[in-house]
Design a protein around this ligand. Structure first.
Ligand SMILES: *Cc1c(COP(=O)(O)O)cnc(C)c1O
Length: 462
């Protein structure tokens, strides 16, 4: 299994190399050269298996020779054993044909644990046998950072630096990043918004001298291994509802397009997914792009679903690559237009291709709030604001095919928004109830590349 860049100019890599590298050297994102498929009977054979077993069968073909069967199965089993639910990704029913996929039972209470816990295990296996160490730098709107820190804290071969927008993450998110005591964990609060953090991260990757000196590795949702780990729960959920004999649709609260792109991969592998519905908050660039064909940035407006407060959706490039017939030159061109002019128009052919798979909708702040309140009243289910964006948009797309909405975070991660909507303040699960009393450790940094690079060079252990 080989991996190629969406911009066509970077070296072809194995799964392990693509995982350790993150962003390709031509600025593109790695994607599999071909997508392996599963037959109807292979998909039917997943019914009733454990999450771990489904994970092994779905992901194995993408890994190639990078890990042995035993190593890969061991990594999967260690990745999910700290989850607070035996099903790992349980489905609950909201309405006759509407289901909620709870992806928040991991150690940091958001779906990002599914990918990050696995990546932590795979990095450890890989670096140990290569006798290497790396510096992981991630940018986060809140949940990626806490999930990465939880996955890499205390590992010998890794320093982890997380950039988050100062003052723009929830208290639970911040504390999950600032309270771990391990010396290899560094939480950096940067002046600016998430797009600023993400831009600085990209600049570091494009500074090849720095990148090579500190052996920079990325675990943002651009990392292919993360996308792959998220493909699994599309299979587990669809099979629970009768796939491959019955098709399903998914609605996905979307920011960087990683989670929903995993659904697209599941569909390409043969899972009968009718529609993948992109759900955005008021930062609705993806919804506008699908509706009008024009991808135009307009600045982030902070919302009650902060993990989706994003304008530049990195993983959308992967969807564009396929929509443009895997023409790396065309992708490089539109990305250049985005960088120089703040936007681009999607070609007619590409737009048509995207619309065959994806639908879209947006939820305003009031609609999100009203959805949290009404779901609590109608079903007793307490939604986090991101999941509520998904549920609202899904309700506008219900039909005869079962709809599965992804619940991306636990309501206790965003207690203020939930309390404002319902009057009820959701408590943290017992296993993390000391979070509010542990001391915090954080460094405030300016939005400046040289300052950041010097800080990382100084702080990392050698
Ligand atoms: C990261 C995140 C999202 C957005 O996911 P993408 O893969 O970036 O589209 C939505 N909800 C929550 C709670 C998140 O942490």
């Amino acid at each position: 299994m080989r991996y190629i860049s969406t911009r066509g100019q970077a070296p072809v890599l194995t799964f392990e190399e693509a995982m350790l590298t993150g962003l390709a050297r031509d600025g593109g994102l790695y994607v599999p050269e071909t997508i392996p498929t599963m037959t109807e009977s292979q998909i039917a054979g997943l019914a009733g298996l454990s999450y771990e077993e489904i994970a092994f069968r779905v992901m194995r073909p993408f890994v190639g020779d990078s890990f042995s069967d035993d190593d890969f199965a061991g990594a999967i089993s260690r990745a999910y054993k700290s989850f607070g639910h035996d099903a790992r990704a349980p489905l609950v029913q909201l309405a006759p044909n509407h289901f909620l996929l709870e992806l928040f039972h991991g150690p940091t209470l958001a779906f990002k644990d599914f990918a990050m816990q696995l990546i932590g295990q795979l990095f450890e296996l890989s670096l140990t046998r290569r006798s290497e160490r790396v510096t992981i730098v991630g940018a986060t709107s809140g949940d990626t950072g806490s999930a990465a820190i939880e996955a890499f804290r205390g590992l010998d071969a890794v320093d982890v630096f997380i950039l988050f927008p100062s003052g723009r993450v929830s208290e639970v998110q911040r504390r999950q990043m600032t309270t771990p005591e391990e010396a290899n964990v560094h939480a950096l609060a940067m002046a600016g918004d998430f797009d600023d953090c993400q831009a600085k991260l990209k600049d570091m990757f494009n500074d090849f001298a720095f990148r090579d000196e500190v052996r920079l590795a990325g675990v943002n949702s651009i990392n292919w291994a993360r996308v792959l780990a998220q493909v699994v729960y599309y299979f587990s959920a669809a099979v629970s509802l009768g796939a491959p004999h019955r098709p399903v649709s998914f609605t996905v609260p979307t920011g960087n397009f990683g989670d929903i792109f995993a659904g697209y991969i599941a569909k390409r592998m043969g899972l009968p997914i009718e529609k993948l519905v992109i759900a955005t908050n008021q930062n609705d660039i993806l919804h506008r792009a699908l509706t009008t064909g024009s991808y135009a940035t307009s600045g982030v407006i902070p919302s009650i679903s902060p993990s989706m407060d994003i304008q530049v959706s990195s993983n959308f490039e992967r969807a564009l690559f396929d929509a443009y017939g895997r023409d790396g030159g065309a992708v490089a061109q539109v990305m250049e237009d985005l960088k120089s002019g703040g936007g681009f128009s999607i070609s007619q052919g590409a737009l048509q291709a995207l619309r065959e798979t994806f639908a879209s909708g947006r939820a305003s702040e009031q609609e999100t709030n009203a959805t949290i309140r009404s779901m609590f009243g109608r079903t007793g289910e307490i939604l986090c604001p991101h999941s509520a964006v998904g549920v609202k948009v899904a309700e506008d797309h219900l039909g005869t095919i079962p709809m599965i909405t992804l619940a991306t975070a636990h309501p206790a991660k965003f207690p203020d928004a939930v309390e404002a909507a319902t009057g009820y303040r959701p408590p943290l699960p017992n296993r993390m109830s000391d979070l509010y009393v542990r001391p915090e450790r954080v460094t405030e940094v300016a939005n400046d590349l040289v300052t950041l690079e010097n800080l990382i060079k100084e702080r990392r252990s050698r």
